[in-house]
Design a protein around this ligand. Structure first.
Ligand code: FE2
Length: 363
């Protein structure tokens, strides 16, 4: 029996937000996500509304409450805007549920069928860290735009995409001492392995620190780094997240591009706020990463970060938090052979984050 749950990829990521209509506009205008589907009062929902957006293989669902007693409202009140669902595309949603629950997962949704004129989908779900859940989506007998229950959403306003291709990895922040237990959940329940990478060590600056383990499915289509805070002189960015999210949750979604220069240029022009990168970062970068194909002045102009491991190099950049609370953010990444996650950039990144934490008075 294959140990790893057979997962074809990330199906969608669902955010619970305060105002889905306005969030959808932001994802369209700033990141270039394309409108796909909608559900709400018009489709028979009573307590929530959802907008579905897509860019190549990345699908986001933005959901907001319509009533104060909706579980979406409760989640939003507690956590602010954030990721509720990391949905996984599987061939058999019943078996995925049965197998994971048998291995100790807590059920979130018992398997059920749902259909419309485009065919049938089977859905089921389990809980992962804190209030975050995995939904298993079996869509081999379905050819509609998203899921049954959603109607096509086709507004005239459709800004061009920015070259985002697929979800590279999704990072979870968990509490003090919880990383091993969450990593063990992915090992025993999902059959994931720990990716041995040079990211799996304590990472620290003068003030703050974190520990990280990267768990991955055997086909490497799913990669979940899990962070926990480590002892530092001051409050780490992981602790700041935990304090404002009120517990564990998804820290960032990394989205891959084939041309990070074009992607970042577009997104900067459209108002995406990226993390501040100090000028001094570029003084020593060539020493650290060696020769790269891209023009260093172009990367410096756009403040794109570079890191190298034994397999190659990668280019990446992180947004500032995309909601009011200093919690969830995005990463844009282009891999040029590298299989790791940018540990060499963490130092520069941390100094930058600490600078912004000090502005917020939360360091
Ligand atoms: Fe990342």
């Amino acid at each position: 029996m294959a140990n790893s749950l057979s997962i074809n990829g990330t199906d969608y990521v669902e955010f619970y937000v305060g105002n889905a209509k306005q969030a959808a506009h932001f994802y369209q205008s700033a990141f270039g996500f394309q409108p796909v589907a909608y559900a709400g009062l018009e489709t028979g929902l009573k307590d929530r509304t959802s907008y579905v957006l897509r860019q190549n293989k990345i699908t986001f669902v933005l959901t907001a409450a319509l009533t104060p007693d909706s579980p979406v409202a409760e989640h939003q009140r507690m956590h602010g805007d954030g990721v509720k669902v990391i949905a996984l595309w599987v061939d058999d949603a019943r078996k995925s549920h049965e197998d994971t629950v048998a291995k100790g997962a807590t059920s979130y949704i018992e398997p059920y069928d749902i259909s419309d004129e485009h065919g049938e989908v089977v859905l089921s779900g389990i809980k992962t860290y804190a209030e975050t859940v995995h939904i298993f989506v079996e869509r081999k007998n379905y050819n509609g735009p998203f899921l049954p229950g959603f109607t096509e959403w086709n507004p005239e306003y459709k800004p061009e995409n920015t070259g985002l291709m697929y979800v590279d990895h999704i990072v979870g922040n968990v509490g003090w001492g919880e990383m091993d237990q969450v990593a063990e959940f992915y090992r025993t329940v999902m059959g994931f392995d720990q990716l041995v990478s040079f990211d799996d060590k304590d990472i620290s600056t003068e003030f703050t620190a974190l520990k990280s383990k990267v768990m991955a499915s055997d086909n490497l289509r799913i990669k979940f780094p899990i962070n926990e805070p480590a002892n530092g002189l001051k409050r780490s960015q992981i602790e700041e997240y935990l304090d404002f999210y009120i517990g564990a949750g998804t820290q960032h979604v990394a989205m891959a591009t084939d041309d990070i220069v074009a992607t970042i240029k577009q997104q900067r022009n459209r108002g995406v706020d990226f993390l501040y990168v100090p000028e001094t970062y570029y003084d020593t970068v060539t020493e650290r990463v060696g020769e790269i194909e891209e023009n260093m002045e172009t990367l410096k102009g756009l403040k794109i970060l570079i890191d190298r491991d034994k397999d190659g190099y990668l280019l990446q950049l992180f947004t500032k938090p995309v909601q009011d609370r200093p919690t969830f953010f995005f990463e844009v990444i282009q891999r040029k052979g590298a299989k790791s996650f940018g540990k060499g950039n963490f130092q520069a990144l941390f100094e930058s984050i600490e600078h912004e934490q000090s502005l917020r008075g939360t360091l």
